[in-house]
Design a protein around this ligand. Structure first.
Ligand SMILES: Nc1nc2c(ncn2[C@@H]2O[C@H](COP(=O)(O)OP(=O)(O)OP(=O)(O)O)[C@@H](O)[C@H]2O)c(=O)[nH]1
Ligand SMILES: [Mg+2]
Length: 373
């Protein structure tokens, strides 16, 4: 490189961040500017950049981040369309990081940015490869969480500690910092369809991380709405199960099976109701089967595949295709079960294998044809 093309030392210093802060943001418009101001204050003396990862929020989060980025090149925004999910947003943000150290925090001002310098120090001095921001040690607090939420958070943390052998005081915190090298080594292993990337990294079996903790006080949300709900709880269960099976069973397949089980409930309830109304058995059984297929489709569409939910006409086409796929799944279920039953007359082994084969078929084919990426 000659003198004209090589950036001067000053430009290099200005354009080479040491710390990238990744902020997954969905409908957080009013939090963007205060977030950047707080980072600026907390990270005085540190070359940092911030990446907001927005999933096409209708409230204009991306515009708010870009408006700041136009004046302050340390602030960038990745706007994703037709995608949703905090985990995949965090992973993409971390992969886009320019700095050797990466912090992940919520964009809603609940994670205290004052903990960042200490987290960065531990990484820079090589005393840890992963630093957890924790609410549950001396100096930390979860005052921003309402009573019941705090109990649920602590309970979920305990379950994660026991089942995944994750030895940190706050496995559900979501606030962490690590090295870019760690991200590069683990990115391909991480679940993209969940909420808790921090726990996912801690539970990995590929590399042994040296983990440190830094206390912080969790603040109450001031602007915007919480995205926490039943889905997050279900995601958490699916992540635990998936990691307990050594990642053998994908998280999405577990969600698909949970939906399948609810389908049995819908089927039986509809059958009982139709019989009660005096409908003949075959007609009632067929209607109940169609209803359970429709309810499974709807639940998979909004839960299992919420990052690619089909809408409008696409949803109608998807439902027709899904019903067709399930009818083949049903046929393979019956034929496999019948075949096994001729070899081994244990009814439940034959029944379970048939059901498993059709579940795998329905899952694999609908993933490829109905909710394809
Ligand atoms: N890009 C992106 N960000 C998301 C998505 N869901 C949640 N987030 C962000 O992830 C962070 C955590 O979500 P919250 O809804 O605040 O969850 P929480 O902090 O556990 O819940 P509250 O205490 O009620 O705020 C916030 O910055 C959200 O904007 C998503 O689907 N896409
Ligand atoms: Mg929050």
């Amino acid at each position: 490189m000659d003198e004209r093309t090589e950036p001067s030392a000053r430009t290099r210093a200005a354009t080479s961040p040491v710390l990238t802060v990744v902020l997954a943001a969905y409908n957080e418009r009013d939090n963007v500017a205060p977030m950047v101001e707080r980072l600026d204050r907390a990270l005085a003396g540190v070359a940092w950049e911030a990446i907001f990862v927005d999933d096409d929020s209708p409230d204009g989060t991306a515009e708010a981040a870009r408006a700041i980025g136009a004046r302050d090149p340390r602030v960038r925004c990745i706007r994703r369309v037709h995608r949703r999910g905090r985990a995949s947003a965090c992973i993409e943000g971390m992969l886009a990081a320019q700095a050797p150290f990466v912090a992940v925090m919520d964009a809603d001002l609940q994670h205290d940015e004052a903990a960042l310098p200490e987290m960065l120090k531990l990484l820079r001095e090589g005393r840890a490869d992963f630093v957890v921001g924790t609410r549950y040690v001396e100096g930390g607090s979860a005052a921003g969480l309402a009573g019941l939420r705090q109990s649920i958070s602590r309970f979920a943390g305990r379950v994660a500690q026991l089942l995944l052998r994750v030895h940190v005081s706050d496995p559900t915190s979501g606030y962490f910092a690590t090295t870019r090298a760690t991200v590069d080594r683990l990115a391909a292993e991480l679940a993209t369809d969940g909420f808790n990337t921090m726990l996912d990294i801690l539970a990995n079996r590929k590399i042994a991380l040296r983990v440190a903790e830094v206390a912080y006080g969790f603040r109450a949300r001031e602007h915007g709405e919480s995205k926490l709900g039943v889905r997050v709880v279900i995601d958490f269960g699916a992540l635990l199960l998936s990691r307990l099976t050594g990642n053998l069973v994908p998280q999405r397949f577990l969600l698909f099976c949970i939906v399948g089980v609810t389908g049995i409930g819908v089927h039986l309830a509809a059958l009982a109701a139709l019989k009660w109304l005096g409908v003949g058995f075959v007609a009632a059984q067929s209607s109940a089967a169609l209803l359970s297929i429709a309810s499974n489709f709807w639940l998979n569409n909004v839960l299992t595949y919420r990052d690619r939910t089909l809408r409008g006409l696409d949803a109608v086409k998807g439902l027709a295709l899904y019903a067709l796929i399930c009818s083949f799944g049903f046929l393979s279920n019956i034929s496999v079960a019948e075949w096994i039953f001729t070899i081994d007359r244990t009814w439940w082994i034959a029944g379970f294998t048939g059901a498993l084969i059709s579940a795998v078929w329905n899952y694999a084919v609908s993933a490829a044809l109905v909710w394809r990426e």
